[in-house]
Design a protein around this ligand. Structure first.
Ligand SMILES: Nc1ncnc2c1ncn2[C@@H]1O[C@H](COP(=O)(O)OP(=O)(O)OP(=O)(O)O)[C@@H](O)[C@H]1O
Ligand SMILES: [Mg+2]
Length: 276
């Protein structure tokens, strides 16, 4: 069976800046593909290509085996690719159920009698959220009163309800505390259980590793590694993210500044096999 999303040697430049080069990646049904990398590594550029905001200019992008190049997010959505951005587009003062159906409101009646089907939308939002294990006291409360984590969860269950096959999450846990990040990670895993293919962007290997099935590590627009879970441990992933040489360098700097613990940091880099 072909992958839901497949990138093969994809590249993208912005004028003279090469933002991505030679990127290969697969997203399968019921799997979470994590994209990790530091600031400026090219993570957002990568998902913007898949989400239809930018066109790639090298390589091949396939959705369910067919080559595509999206001109707009609408096109991506028509192929079942939904994106949850970090700065969620919600209307804070509107109720949760209203935000759940934003842009896809359900109406009843005809002609001049056509009106919003509030009862249906309220009940459906409540049920869908409950099915994902999100028990809100009241779907009439303004979405602005929910925590950041709860809002991410609403966005995830909304994408599931509207039939997304691929769910892209751009750093959904970055601004969250440990407990809330845990809750969001649980719903990401639930989206996978429902058979979606998830692309999960993160800076944090401790968030990505427990839920991820595949890991793409980016650095300055290039892949520095692409692994399935059985090919890499959390310690190795963390070390690769930190960059072995850089970790060693940092230890040197801390050491010469007289910071306690620096030799241990260097030993750790060495134990992980990342230091030369
Ligand atoms: N619209 C643009 N025009 C020109 N250069 C851009 C544009 N968007 C991104 N870049 C450049 O492309 C490179 C990759 O940027 P990108 O936003 O994809 O990184 P990122 O991994 O998402 O970083 P962050 O973690 O900071 O969000 C950077 O050097 C960035 O400056
Ligand atoms: Mg980014």
């Amino acid at each position: 069976m072909s992958a839901l999303v497949e990138l093969s040697e994809v590249g993208k430049r912005y004028g003279n800046v090469i933002a991505l080069r030679d990127i290969t990646l697969e997203v399968h049904e019921g799997e979470i593909t994590c994209v990790l990398g530091d600031n400026g590594a090219g993570k957002s550029t990568l998902i913007k290509i898949v989400a239809g905001l930018h066109r790639h200019d090298e390589g091949v992008f396939r959705v369910e085996g067919k080559e595509v190049s999206f001109g707009s997010p609408r096109e991506a959505l028509e192929h079942g690719i939904a994106t949850v951005y970090q700065d969620l587009a919600v209307v804070p003062l509107m109720p949760v159920w209203r935000n759940f159906f934003l842009g896809s409101e359900k109406r009843v009646g005809r002609g001049p009698l056509k009106r919003l089907d509030i009862g249906f939308m309220r009940a459906t939002a409540k049920k869908e959220l409950l099915d994902m294990g999100i028990d809100l006291r009241d779907v009439d409360q303004p979405i602005g009163t929910l925590s950041g984590g709860e809002r991410q969860c609403v966005a995830i269950s909304r994408a599931v309800y509207f039939g997304a096959k691929v769910l892209i999450l751009d750093e959904p846990t970055a601004a969250l505390g440990v407990k809330q990040a845990g809750v969001v990670l649980r719903y990401i895993a639930q989206a996978r259980e429902r058979g979606l293919g998830v692309i999960f962007i993160s800076h944090n290997p401790h968030h990505a590793y427990p839920v991820g099935d595949r890991f793409l590590l980016l650095k300055r627009g290039r892949s520095i590694g692409y692994y399935t879970k059985d090919e890499i441990t959390l310690a190795e992933l963390t070390a690769q993210m930190a960059g072995g040489a850089e970790l060693d360098e940092l230890a040197h700097e801390l050491e010469s500044a007289g910071v306690k613990g620096a030799p241990e940091l260097r030993d750790e880099a060495r134990d992980l096999g990342v230091s030369d």
